[in-house]
Design a binder for this molecule. Structure first.
Ligand code: ADP
Ligand code: GLC
Length: 469
């Protein structure tokens, strides 16, 4: 079986969030003697593309309505990844130093058209499965089914995985001519709420729809930024498959980013060295429990409450807090401003830093994830693997992966609502747990032995592909 993943992000090539981690790991775990998985993604102007050399294997032009754009398909001259990656290079549109921006409609539509135009030239080697990720590739299921020029693809099963239904990529019907021509009687398939909605179109046209955790699928049927009715109507083809994590990249025993490697047996000293590095670098008191946050500073992650939560938690508790993230400007300013009031117990690195994130997963004592929405969440699984106890709001994938310490065999701290009192109370519970050294050590070892590698979930996708008809 030949599986082609199509995605805007793929680790280590281009990463904004968890989508990259998933698309950079799943194909490895899906490739074996009988199955081969590969990725098609845009060619951006970033560190990875600057550091590597590429060869063009195909050149053509694509049309967006009446405008023609040159495009190339590139491959790595030396591929050290465990799967094939094909890059769609559209110099005028995609080759930018960002992944997402204001002009995404044209950029990602061109990406999708170039991908399918090129796939037409594969002749008898068409993929057995086309697997699309999020709204950036959401018009592919529609085009496969409806666009005249892609008639050859009608019988190829395609899947949509929803990593985040908040973002849907809607644009005006005035731009319908950007989409390669189709029977206009079927234009309703593109529409949701009076706009062309790529995510909705994919939910309607894909052969199967998955979300990245079972709970998120159920939650979307109640609240999906306007798509609830559609997901209820299409429920028969929808299911949730929990993400896994790349067991090789996220391994404290071999991780090159961290200060000292460790195993379950050596976690005490290993995690301590990493904590010391963080405390030295960020001027934090090493004797206090360290609570960390890593992620995008957006409403979904509850980040607007951080300034107030951090202030309250630090005033009331013997704790330290370290944040790594960027996003909302106002939140960033407030988080910077807090530094002067809590020198020695709080610090923040506003920005993106892959290496620092690994050191935080290993050196922090607790990881905060008070998300309003969390389709899966990978951070809590990374934290578990590195022996850092997650403090999460029970929602989506967080609900599916973390059990509160008050329950039998529980190993995390959970709260139900995203409010300042509930998050600060959860932090307080963390401080208490940290003071109970024996229990804390026991849980740390327990969480490091939980297996969230991709093995199980990669098979769940293969089963899904095998049962499509
Ligand atoms: P989302 O995709 O919603 O942002 P996930 O939990 O699925 O959330 O994945 C986030 C990924 O991005 C993780 O690998 C996390 O470590 C990484 N990440 C997020 N923000 C940063 C940052 N500022 N610096 C480094 N890594 C980050
Ligand atoms: C999205 C979600 C996140 C999930 C990731 C990977 O970015 O916000 O919860 O873990 O995709 O599927």
């Amino acid at each position: 079986m030949n599986i082609t993943h199509i995605s805007a992000e793929c680790y280590p090539i281009a990463k904004v969030g968890g989508l990259a981690d998933v698309v950079g790991a799943l194909p490895k775990y899906q490739s074996n003697t009988t199955t081969k998985a590969q990725v098609i993604m845009p060619f951006y102007d970033n560190k990875f593309t600057q550091a590597n050399s590429f060869t063009s294997i195909y050149k053509s032009k694509l049309s967006l309505d009446t405008t023609a754009f040159d495009f190339n398909i590139l491959v790595l001259e030396e591929n050290h990844l465990d799967f094939d990656v094909f890059f769609v290079d559209i110099p005028e549109l995609l080759f930018k130093d960002y992944v997402y921006s204001f002009d995404d409609t044209e950029r990602f539509l061109a990406f999708q058209i170039a991908t399918l135009d090129w796939m037409l030239t594969w002749e008898d080697k068409h993929p057995d499965i086309i697997h699309c990720h999020d709204h950036h590739t959401g018009l592919i299921p529609f085009m496969l089914q409806e666009s005249f020029k892609y008639e050859a693809f009608r019988k190829i099963p395609n899947i949509l995985t929803i990593h985040n239904a908040q973002y849907q990529g809607s644009f005006s019907h005035d731009n319908v001519n950007l989409i390669p021509s189709f029977n206009f009687d079927h234009v309703g398939l593109l529409d949701w709420g009076g706009q062309i909605n790529p995510l909705a179109a994919a939910i309607k046209c894909a052969w199967r729809v998955t979300t990245v955790s079972p709970s998120y699928m159920e939650e979307l049927k109640l609240e999906a930024n306007g798509l609830e009715d559609l997901l209820n109507a299409e429920h028969a083809k929808c299911s949730g498959i929990l993400n896994g994590i790349d067991w090789n990249v996220w391994n404290p025993e071999t991780d090159n980013y961290i200060v000292e490697n460790y195993t379950i047996k050596t976690v005490e000293s290993g995690a301590k060295s990493n904590k010391k590095y963080l405390c030295d670098t960020f001027n934090l008191d090493e004797d206090k429990p360290l609570f960390a946050f890593i992620g995008r500073l957006v409403g979904e992650k509850g980040s607007d409450l951080f300034p107030e939560v951090f202030k309250k938690a630090l005033e009331e508790n013997n704790a330290t807090i370290l944040l790594l993230g960027s996003g909302n400007d106002d939140v960033e300013v407030q988080l910077e401003a807090l530094k002067k009031d809590f020198t020695g117990t709080y610090n923040a690195f506003i920005g993106y830093d892959e290496r620092l994130s690994h050191i935080i997963y290993s050196g922090a004592d607790f990881l905060l994830m008070p998300s309003r929405v969390e389709p899966c969440g990978l951070n809590q699984m990374y934290a578990l693997r590195y022996g850092t106890i997650p403090i999460v709001r029970s929602i989506g994938g967080l609900k599916d992966t973390i059990t509160d310490i008050s329950e039998e065999n529980g190993f995390g701290i959970c709260h139900d609502h995203v409010t300042v009192p509930e998050i600060t109370e959860a932090i307080q519970r963390g401080v208490k747990l940290y003071q109970n050294k024996l229990k804390y050590k026991k849980i740390r070892k327990q969480i490091m032995s939980i297996d969230h590698s991709w093995n199980v979930s990669a098979n769940a996708y293969i089963n899904l592909y095998n049962n499509i008809n």
